[in-house]
Design a protein. Structure first.
Ligand SMILES: C[S@@+](CC[C@H](N)C(=O)[O-])C[C@H]1O[C@@H](n2cnc3c(N)ncnc32)[C@H](O)[C@@H]1O
Length: 494
């Protein structure tokens, strides 16, 4: 198009025409933005409700340089496409003659919001494509990526590839799996670099067998939270408080006090889960964990919120129940600890695994850098994978532990998971090359974990010689204390 000629003109040589004489617009098959489900939905909604907005950009052959998804949405909504040719020194301004930012309909203002929001929500880098383009010589510096940002994206490839092979929660076939793996209480297994024991996480004798005097750099776990699951055995709030205290004692005993973290993923519980006759009272469990851990010297550093997909509960004015799809991720650090400090002895690999905190190279090496957008955000609505409604009743997606492993641990460090469930934290540790020490009381979930890890790695978990039962001197009496089991009340960093 030229400024004097508003009528769209097509240079016949620049487009191939199909047999009906229509010129085709083609997708860029190497587009590195995959888009997101949420972004695509909003885009389609915007086009359907408010019509065409910002233009898309084509190369001289009619291939989309920018706006692949906008083009798809426009096609789906049945919009006509008008092609305007332009040169390097021109900007095409699309004027919508039916919209007025200053009128009272608010339509133009809504379109402005949707346009910005789609740009925000519909970006999901295809790291494989970026890697390909980087090795083909695209200078990512010149297109707005800092070196660390590019590196972090590339680092995701390895972990992402392996996580993509995760066979998923194996809990549907648990009865056969319990027989297959011969899971009994007290039995421990070695799964490559990881270990799991079928035991109660408050049993410090079992925990001692599991840890073999090692200490964890991160405890990442999702404890029961009293919403009516079978494994919630407590029947009063006092019992819940005692349970939280006992588990906190275990976690305290096995977690280092340097810059190590405890991350508790929990929702809110409710009293009617264990006392049907009670007047429903919502339990803010993150508060209970905070108060209990604080008594042991663990300070709450921050709370993130995880928006769980597909967890909407029904609501009604009568029950006054709001949906349960938002969970907390409470992160604690011991009062004796320091936040992660850059250490010159870190090799590039260590740093690349802490990329959310530090620049790894160049003049800025060691300077703080929170390159991953999610690391800065306290509200996570972009965790891929859903908590499953079938299989394990309360699994979390692998990406949840993966993110915390990236944030708080280095390769080879130990991660404690006292409520292993279907083995999600073990899978995350496997792909991130951390060592998981896991506990799960239910044989069926231990079996599901063994199967899941075995399918992912092609290896066979090795059982310990025999189930480790607590010595009879303690079985009928007082449980072993952290002091008995770990020495010095577990204060040593090990
Ligand atoms: C919320 S689920 C954790 C699910 C896990 N994050 C996953 O992705 O599969 C809690 C798990 O803790 C287990 N559990 C409950 N009480 C326990 C205890 N005292 N000791 C060890 N495990 C326990 C339950 O059997 C259940 O599998």
């Amino acid at each position: 198009m030229t400024k004097n000629n508003p009528t769209p003109t097509l240079n016949p040589s620049s487009f191939s025409a199909n047999e009906n004489g229509e010129r085709s617009i083609k997708h860029d098959e190497n587009n590195s933005n995959q888009g997101t489900e949420r972004g695509k939905k909003l885009l389609l909604q915007s086009v359907r409700e408010l019509g065409g907005g910002r233009s898309v950009l084509l190369d001289k052959n009619g291939k989309l340089i920018a706006g692949n998804k906008t083009f798809d949405a426009a096609q789906e909504a049945g919009l006509k496409v008008r092609v305007i040719q332009a040169e390097r020194n021109e900007l095409v301004a699309v004027q919508r003659t039916d919209l007025d930012l200053d009128d009272s309909t608010g339509e133009a203002r809504r379109l402005a919001y949707m346009d910005n929001r789609v740009a925000e929500l519909d970006l999901a880098w295809d790291v494989e494509q970026i890697a390909q383009d980087a090795s083909a010589g695209i200078d990512f510096d010149s297109v707005g990526f800092l070196e660390g940002e590019l590196r972090q994206l590339l680092d995701q490839i390895e972990a992402g590839n392996e996580a993509g092979n995760d066979p998923g929660d194996q809990s549907e076939q648990v009865e056969e799996l319990v027989k297959k793996w011969n899971v009994v209480a007290g039995q421990a297994w070695q799964l490559g670099e990881h270990r799991i024991i079928c035991a109660d996480a408050i049993d410090l004798y079992a925990i001692n067998q599991l840890m073999e005097s090692e200490k964890a750099s991160l405890c990442f776990t999702s404890p029961p939270y009293w919403v009516g699951k079978d494994y919630e055995t407590q029947t009063s709030e006092a019992e819940i408080d005692a349970f939280i205290e006992a588990i906190a004692t275990t976690i305290h005993a096995v977690t280092k006090r340097d810059e190590s973290r405890i991350v508790i993923n929990t929702g809110t519980g409710f009293t009617t889960a264990f006392d049907k006759k009670s007047k429903r009272h919502v339990l803010l469990l993150v508060d209970k964990w905070t108060n209990t851990l604080r008594k042991m010297g663990w300070n709450l550093r921050h709370v993130r919120h995880w928006l769980k997909e597909g967890q909407l509960m029904s609501t009604s004015p009568k029950t006054d129940v709001i949906d349960q799809h938002n969970e907390f991720l409470a992160t604690f650090e011991h009062a004796d600890g320091d936040p992660k400090r850059f250490d010159d002895s870190f090799d590039d690999q260590d740093i690349s695994l802490l990329m959310t905190f530090y620049h790894s190279q160049g003049k800025q090496r060691g300077q703080e850098w929170t390159g991953a957008a999610w690391a800065l955000r306290s509200y996570w609505d972009d965790v891929r994978g859903t908590a499953r409604a079938n299989g394990h009743v309360a699994a979390f997606p692998v990406e949840l532990p993966l993110r915390h492993l990236m944030l708080y641990t280095k390769r080879g460090e130990i991660v404690f998971e006292p409520f292993c469930g279907s083995g999600t934290t073990i899978i995350a540790c496997e792909v991130m090359k951390r060592k998981c020490r896991a506990v799960e009381v239910e044989p069926k979930y231990v079996a599901a974990t063994l199967e899941r890890w075995s399918l992912l790695t092609g290896k066979t978990p090795l059982p310990s010689a025999s189930p480790q039962m607590r010595p009879s001197t303690t079985s009928g009496g007082t449980p072993l204390s952290a002091h008995d089991q770990f020495g010095g009340n577990g204060e040593s960093n090990g």
